[in-house]
Design a protein around this ligand. Sequence first.
Ligand SMILES: [Zn+2]
Length: 158
Amino acid sequence: MSVGFIVFFCLCGLITGIAGSNKGRSGFLWFLVGFVLGPLGIVLALVAKKDNQTLESKALALGTQKKCPFCAELIKSEAIICKHCNKEQPENNASAQVENNQKTLLNAIADNNIEGIKNILDTAQDISYTDFSIPPLEYAELHGNDEVITLIKKVFNK
Ligand SMILES: [Zn+2]
């Protein structure tokens, strides 16, 4: 068997593997199909059915797509209006709200505004320490107000 022959079948395997994994199927298995069957493997991979469930969960895991809460169709994660049912997406509002709370909290820390900090932490229960662009405790220590530092430490159990 000549080297060119082997390279050709490896290449077929590679193309078949990529085509297969683009359809949400096992890239390795499709590589084998392409390697054994050559060009025929590529054709098989191209006509193979898409594994929509795997593709959907991949897109969801990557965060490139989200599920519309009204019609359960997949749409782009940046979408404000669902292209399937034309309903406005609530997630965007929710994440904007969380971002807003974080900003307000950091501002209150910068202003040494104890009441303001308590207020935000009381109203925004789901505020999570790990979500911040700047960790609140580091930010408080940067501004050096002991009362604020103690409060943040206590609230986030740091
Ligand atoms: Zn929808």
